[in-house]
Every structure is written in C-alpha cells, then in structure tokens.
Design a protein around this ligand. Structure first.
Ligand code: APR
Length: 311
C-alpha cells in the first residue's frame, strides 16, 4: 500500500502548520495548494519542510502547487482557504468573501477527488462546511467541520491552567456552533474522572466557559492581524489521523445532523466518531434543560449564518 495523500487547500498560517504536523506524524504525502499569487510561498514552505525531514527522519514528500491537477486522488483535504478574521471583524463578516472561495474549492475537489474525506476549517465554519457539502454533493460521512475539537481543547487548556493539573487528564466537550453561542458542557467536564464541578467554583467555571466562547477572538485581538493557527492545525490533524488510522476517536465536530439532538439538516458541533468511513456516527446523549436551551440558541445562530449563504 502506497502512502496516503493529504492536500491542504490554503497554505497560509494554519496550512503551513498542518503540513508540518502531517509530515511529522507521517500521515502521508502532503500537497499544499494555494492561489497562483501564493504559489511561490507554498512552494517555499514545502521545500523548507523537505529540509526539516533529515532531523525528524520522516519520509513524507511535501510539495506546493497552485495547479488543481496536482491534488488528484487525494485521500484527505483540509481546507483553510479564505481570509482570516481581522480585529473587530466577527466570523460572520467573513462570510461573503469566504463563501465564493469555498464554492470554487468544492467544485474543484468534487472534480479531482470525489471519494476524499474533507475537513473544513475556513470561517465562518458552520456556514462554510454547509456550503462545501451543498456544492460538492458529497455524502455526509465525507464532510466534517473542525470547530469542536479546537473549542474543547481551549476549554481543556483553561481548566488545566485553573487547576494546575495535567491537561492530559482533562476531558470535556464543547457543542454547538463555532461562535459566541457555543455550548461548553461543564457538567461532564472532568480531571482524571473527577468532575470539575467538584474542583472549581461555579463562579470560576462560568468565567472559564465565557473565556472559551471568545477564545478565538482573544487571540485575534492579541495578534492585531490574523487569527490562531497552532491549535487549529493540531485539532484538524487529530481528526485526519483518526480517519487515516481508523482510530474511531470521539471528537466534537461540525457534523451533518439528521435528527440527532433534535437537529435536522445542519452541520453543528456534536460528539462524532471518526474512522475509516469518515464520520461514522454521532453519539447522542441526554442533555439537561439548560443545555437544551443553549443548544437551541446556538442552532438559531447556525441557521442564521447558513441562511446568509443563500444555499
Ligand atoms: N484557493 C486556495 N487557497 C486560497 C484561496 C483559494 N481560492 N483563496 C485564498 N486562499 C489562501 C490564501 O492565499 C492564504 O494563503 O488561503 C490562505 C489562508 O491563509 P491565512 O490567511 O494565513 O489564514 P489562516 O490563519 O491560515 O486561516 C485560514 O481558517 O480559522 C480559519 O478564520 C480562519 O478562515 C480562516 C482560515
């Protein structure tokens, strides 16, 4: 069996880190695709990464291109194409510009690699993953959005920072849309199996939830130009790895719900099993009344951004 082929559509900040992580994990050969104006940049990144290989001893081949023919038969696509948020811009402001880009990317991927597993990162995520699915016509198991993996990692990081205990032992999930209405499920968060509600006061936990909801914006403000890239890249790589290695990890992802949690026809963050069939299953569980109300609220926000796509 030959190496797998992973194409990164968009070779900017997140794309470059995706290439590094995919190569270091030896997930397969990597193609970094970008627009012709950025071809030199992605060719340069690819060459730089090829020259890092001797230290790491990994054998993935990494190339940069702006030719769609080079992405043929890719097993996985991770899409970051678009423009990132600027200060004062919310994810929804990006919609108009990134929608046009996503439509173009979806039709090219459909043409060149109709069986690929596709992870969408571009913002506003809930609308972009919906648009990709609509335009490509791909089956729902082949399309997923990266949001919950990142939002949950942020929640985990903040709980570890608060308690001082190993982040490795912190488990938690954040459901819903990838915006300020996301739903951190504190009731089920734990450190080494001990409920965080027994470790952190209600007041502090509420503050941590609030910080999680705006964690992307906190970094946008600090940068002044651009948005987070290390953690987003790692989050998507975890999803790609679970697919390529059939790990069947349970990761909160923006998956197409068809009745799960009472949601129908929308991509929204839900606990998702990712294995060699792509999105294999959404794991439903009973929400309490407060969580249900919050999920309804975030669904309304997702519906609004999806409506703006006109798709
Ligand atoms: N096809 C391929 N690549 C494109 C296209 C296109 N049609 N249009 C733009 N790009 C490329 C840009 O040239 C750029 O290199 O997408 C890349 C985006 O990279 P950055 O601007 O560095 O953005 P990044 O920080 O990587 O974030 C990408 O992910 O989290 C989201 O909000 C973020 O939507 C943004 C995306």
């Amino acid at each position: 069996m030959g190496r797998k082929k992973i194409t990164l559509v968009g070779g900017g900040q997140i794309g470059g880190n995706l290439a590094l992580l995919a190569a270091q994990k030896e997930l397969g050969n990597v193609v970094i695709f970008d627009i012709p104006q950025a071809e030199g940049m992605v060719k340069g990144k690819a060459l730089d990464l090829m020259q890092l290989r001797p230290h790491d001893g990994h054998d993935s081949d990494i190339v940069g291109t702006s030719d769609w023919n080079d992405v043929k038969n890719s097993d996985v696509f991770i899409i970051t194409a678009g423009i990132p948020r600027k200060p004062g811009m919310n994810r929804e402001d990006l919609l108009g510009i990134n929608l046009g880009i996503m439509k173009d990317v979806a039709s090219n991927i459909k043409d060149k690699a109709p069986n690929a597993f596709v992870i969408v990162i571009s913002n506003p995520l809930d609308a972009m993953v919906y648009a990709f699915h609509k335009v490509s016509g791909f089956p729902k198991n082949q399309v997923v959005g990266m949001a919950g993996a990142l939002d949950s990692a942020r929640f985990r990081a903040f709980i570890a920072m608060e308690t001082g205990y190993s982040v490795q032992d912190v488990t938690c999930m954040v459901l819903g849309g990838h915006g300020d209405t996301m739903v951190p499920i504190s009731r089920l968060a734990a450190v080494g199996g001990v409920p965080v509600t027994d470790l952190i006061t209600d007041k502090r936990l509420k503050e941590i939830e609030d910080r999680t909801r705006v964690a992307g914006g906190e970094i946008v403000k600090l940068f002044g130009n651009g948005s987070a890239f290390y953690a987003p890249a790692q989050s998507a790589i975890e999803m790609a790895e679970s697919y390529l290695r059939d790990k069947k990890r349970v990761i909160p992802c923006a998956s197409l719900c068809e009745g799960e949690f009472g949601i129908d026809g929308y991509f929204i963050g839900v606990p998702t099993v990712i294995g060699s069939d792509g999105v294999e299953k959404i794991l439903e569980f009973t929400l309490n009344d407060k969580e249900k109300t919050e999920l309804d609220r975030t669904l309304e926000a997702v519906k609004r951004t999806v409506a703006e796509t006109g798709l």
